[in-house]
Design a protein around this ligand. Structure first.
Ligand code: PLP
Length: 287
């Protein structure tokens, strides 16, 4: 496994960062999770756009041009002979001193890791996940904006801990007002009477790239899609519930907080969207 670190390709054993790196000390940095399907990078532009937007927002200077970053991704995939897998692209503020001042970090660090990935079984895609809502609230846009895909993921990790304690794969996080925001690392959708709903991102959700793809697919397939705030009540009475994410793709939810959703397996619209999603990932992408 070859890992890209600041222009060099090193083995997994040699891929080490400094204890003075502010990504490590403070979570000061940003990242992307990207998929490779059939050797192609899916939604490369969208992921790089989000990365460079996150960087601009936190005043992090990425030491690579957009084109050079794309070339680095392609080369890392080539060196690892990866056809289907996952890319983790990390830009850390880089090594500084123990103070939190980013001005003391002269050079941002760019790291690219590619790995195999299979988070859910095909059985889970057919039958759906069991999920729960958790007490941890999403941080709000006037704190650390969820649009920034920062290395500071404690908010999401606390959700994941609650999911683990409940013995479920993904949990549902609300915002401070009690509206459904998203999962620990996935966006959420519900279906009621044939209409597909997802929370607007201002509620406190990452602008997921899979979410955007599903919104486009709803349009193509003729499903009405509404971006509207909703509550756990709406989730409990939904006909279908599903999560979307780069790693998870489109994964159905069959039970939430003990309430069986719809038929208790992946619903027809969820299944149709997953099928359509898997078709486009095979044909689109940058190589
Ligand atoms: N929400 C959060 C908090 C995430 O970390 C992710 C995954 O990266 C998502 C949603 C899904 O976003 P995407 O579809 O771009 O992977």
């Amino acid at each position: 496994q070859w890992i890209y670190m600041n222009g060099n390709y090193v083995t997994k054993e040699d891929a080490k960062v400094s204890v003075f790196d502010h990504g490590f000390l403070y979570g000061d940095g940003i990242f992307e999770g990207i998929r490779i399907y059939g050797g192609n990078i899916f939604k490369c532009k969208e992921h790089l756009d989000r990365l460079y937007d996150s960087a601009r927002s936190i005043m992090l200077n990425i030491p690579l041009s957009y084109e050079d970053m794309q070339a680095a991704l392609v080369e890392t995939i080539r060196r690892n002979e990866m056809r289907d897998g996952y890319i983790r692209l990390i830009v850390s503020r880089g090594p500084g001193n123990l103070g939190l001042d980013p001005e003391r970090c002269p050079e941002a660090w760019v790291i690219i890791i590619v790995e195999q990935l299979a988070i859910y079984s095909e059985e889970a895609y057919r039958n759906g996940l069991v999920s729960v809502s958790v007490s941890q609230r999403r941080n709000i846009p006037d704190a650390l904006n969820p649009k920034i895909k920062s290395l500071n993921y404690l908010n999401n990790i606390l959700v994941k801990i609650q999911a683990n304690l409940a013995g479920v794969g993904e949990a549902i996080m609300l915002n401070a007002q009690g509206y459904v925001a998203e999962g620990s690392s996935d966006n959420i959708f519900i279906v009621k009477r044939g209409i597909v709903y997802t929370p607007p991102c201002y509620i406190g959700a990452l602008e997921g790239i899979t979410r955007a793809t599903i919104i486009e697919l709803c349009d193509k397939l003729g499903y009405t899609l509404k971006e509207e705030p909703f509550t756990m009540h709406d989730v409990y009475v939904a006909d279908e519930v599903f999560f979307t994410g780069t790693a998870a793709e489109v994964i159905a939810v069959r039970e939430v907080d003990g309430r069986v959703i719809g038929s208790g397996a992946a619903g027809p619209i969820t299944s149709r969207l997953l099928e359509a999603y898997r078709q486009i990932v095979e044909v689109e992408g940058v190589s």
